[in-house]
Each structure stands twice: as structure tokens, then as C-alpha cells.
Design a protein around this ligand. Structure first.
Ligand code: PEP
Ligand code: MN
Length: 338
């Protein structure tokens, strides 16, 4: 940490700061400038007590950390991008660009099977579908629950697609893990740390959506909970953040693609459906995300979006999805992926 002292303090006040730094386990190195004295406190900031409390001392101007607060998710911990094996055929983070697609919510066998067959034919490798839905209003459709999970399992058996579905409650961790190949942690639960730990402990790959108003550092630290609980299979998912803009449902922050790539070895997935909240924008945002180096996309697809039980405005039709997969190819190739 760097501790900047106020100008013109007494030797005694300076010594008191140095003593405190030593007491907290750091080695102080004093650098004297013309006007200011700066102390470099050498020590592992993640394992020692923070020196930020020194900010409250009258002789201290400011305290700045130099180390990052996350460790296991960082690029420094693992130079190469991690590859996350979803099942025997699907790996995310490798050469292959993986598309995950399916309805916002599992509604019925016909709706899910029709979608599963169509997205598979178009080239998707993972079927999405919420069985437990985090809805803003308690009066909105909450999902089919375990019945929905059983339909997802059936779709996996019939199509060979891997499954991704959301975990809403710690109580359901084992049940969800039994049915799914990837556990989705939704935006509203991105900092529900007990839920993150429960998801990590299942050992399944975890897709961590960015919280509605989450800073990138907070998102990385939430991801750290997964790795710190012995599960290396983490996918970050950018799905848009809350801003002042109302033209779109959220503001899809594509700058997180290069940022996550720079800061972390974990793959980055982009969800343009929650991100834009509008079906007419999904295709363009997918192209941008693919060209910018995202490892995967998570797209909402519905056979009849007008009658969807959730998120109707942002789900693309089966035909739109099939066209999107074709139009996406040059952008995937431009990013050097298959
Ligand atoms: C979803 O994927 O349908 C969903 C609810 O996502 P988010 O948590 O990003 O809102
Ligand atoms: Mn949705």
C-alpha cells in the first residue's frame, strides 16, 4: 500500500505512522519528496490487515492499495484463458465460439422441444431455459420449478444439447445440479455470496451474470467466490447494467469483453437479450460481441415471442435465430474463432 503523509508533520507523528504500519505486518519504506513524504508499505495486502484505516489519522493524507483484491480469477494467476468443459462435446473459452440459446422460461413441453430442435439445427450447443424465474413482481410467472427441470432434461436427452438454467435458492443447489450442465447465477443474485458458494460447491460450471449496478471489480470479486470454493469452472456473463437510458432495457456494456479478457483468465459470455431488451437489437449486439472476442453468447429464443410468459419483447423467433447464426459467421471468423 502507498501511504501519503500530510505536509509539515512532526517527526513524532511520522514515526507513529511507521510504527503502526510495522504493527500491521508491513515493511515501511520512506520516500522523502520536496513537499511530501510517501511511505511504501510492503506486504501482501490480501493476507494482512488493510492499512486503509490510517486514512482516519490526522497526519495521513491518503492510503492507496497497489495490489488487486482478486487473486484466483486474475490473469496473473493463470496466463492462458481457461477452457471450461461443459460436457464431452462442448468447451467454452477454446477455439470454438459457443452459442447458448433457448427460451427465457420453460413454459411447456411443446415450446421447449420446438425451440431445442430449432436452435440445435441452427448450430447452438447449449439450451437455455429458466425453470425458477427471478421476477420483479410476485404476480408474474415464477417458472415451472422442477417440472421445468424435467423438461430440460428431456430436451437434453432428445437433442444432445447441454443445459443451462438458473439457480435461485441455496435450497435448490443439489436439485439444479442434478439436471443442468451449467448453473446460471442471475443478475439479481450476483452478490448473494452464500448462493455463489452453494453453486461453487456443486462442482458444475457456473455462469455469473453481472449485477444490475455492479462495478467490474465487484463482479470479479464475486467470481473469486467460485474459485475460492474450489470450483475453477467460472464463466462471466455481461448482460447489461442499469443506466439512465430508457431506449433499451439495460445498457449492454461491451467494453467488459476486453476488460475481463485483460483482468481474468475466465471466459466471457455476452447476453444481448437481457442486455438490450429488444429483439430488433439482438442480432447487431451479437455481431459486435463476437467480433470483440467474446467466448460465447447467451440468446433468448422463443417459437412465438408475442405469447411468451416472460421477456417477450426481447426473444427472437426461431427464424430470426437461424438467420442470426448464419450472419454471425464472418464476425466469429474475424475474431479468429471457429
Ligand atoms: C434470464 O436469463 O432470463 C434472466 C433473468 O437473466 P438476468 O439475471 O440477467 O436478468
Ligand atoms: Mn429473460
Amino acid at each position: 500500500m502507498i501511504v501519503v503523509l500530510k505536509p509539515n508533520i512532526s517527526k513524532k507523528d511520522e514515526q507513529a505512522v511507521l510504527d503502526e504500519i510495522k504493527k500491521l505486518g508491513y515493511e515501511p519504506h520512506v520516500m522523502r519528496g520536496v513537499e511530501r513524504t510517501v511511505v511504501g508499505a510492503i506486504g501482501d495486502e490480501r493476507t494482512h490487515h488493510t492499512l486503509e484505516t490510517l486514512t482516519a489519522w490526522p497526519q495521513v493524507e491518503s492510503v492507496m492499495p497497489v495490489q488487486k483484491r482478486y487473486k484466483l480469477v486474475s490473469r496473473e494467476a493463470h496466463r492462458a484463458t481457461s477452457t471450461i468443459r461443459v460436457n464431452k462435446d462442448v468447451v467454452i473459452g477454446g477455439k470454438e465460439f459457443v452459442v447458448m440459446a433457448g427460451p427465457c422460461s420453460v413454459e411447456s413441453e411443446t415450446q421447449l422441444m420446438t425451440t431445442a430442435v430449432a436452435v440445435k439445427a441452427a448450430g447452438a450447443k447449449v439450451l437455455r431455459g429458466g425453470a425458477f424465474k427471478p421476477r420483479t413482481s410476485p404476480y408474474e410467472f415464477q417458472g415451472l420449478g422442477e417440472k421445468g427441470l424435467k423438461l430440460l432434461a428431456k430436451a437434453r436427452q432428445e437433442t444432445g444439447l447441454a443445459i443451462i438454467t438458473e439457480l435461485l435458492s441455496q435450497d435448490h443447489a443439489e436439485m439444479i445440479a442434478e439436471y443442468t450442465d451449467i448453473i446460471q447465477i442471475g443478475t439479481r443474485n450476483a452478490q448473494n455470496f452464500q448462493l455463489l458458494i452453494a453453486a461453487a460447491k456443486t462442482g458444475k460450471p457456473v455462469l455469473l451474470k453481472r449485477g444490475l449496478s455492479m462495478k467490474i471489480e465487484e463482479w470479479l470479486l464475486a467470481g473469486e467466490y467460485i474459485l475460492a470454493n474450489d470450483n475453477p469452472n467460472l464463466l462471466f456473463c455481461e448482460r447489461g447494467i442499469r443506466t439512465f437510458e430508457t431506449y433499451t432495457r439495460n445498457t449492454l456494456d461491451l467494453s467488459t469483453i476486453p476488460i475481463i479478457k485483460k483482468e481474468s483468465h475466465c471466459p466471457i459470455v455476452v447476453d444481448p437479450s437481457q442486455g438490450a431488451g429488444r429483439a430488433d437489437l439482438v442480432m447487431t449486439m451479437c455481431k459486435g460481441a463476437a467480433a470483440m472476442g467474446a467466448d460465447s453468447l447467451l440468446i433468448e429464443v422463443h417459437p412465438n415471442p408475442a405469447e411468451a410468459w416472460s421477456d417477450g419483447a426481447q426473444q427472437v423467433t426461431l427464424e430470426m435465430f437461424s438467420q442470426l447464426m448464419k450472419d454471425l459467421r464472418p464476425f466469429i471468423a474475424a475474431a479468429g474463432r471457429d
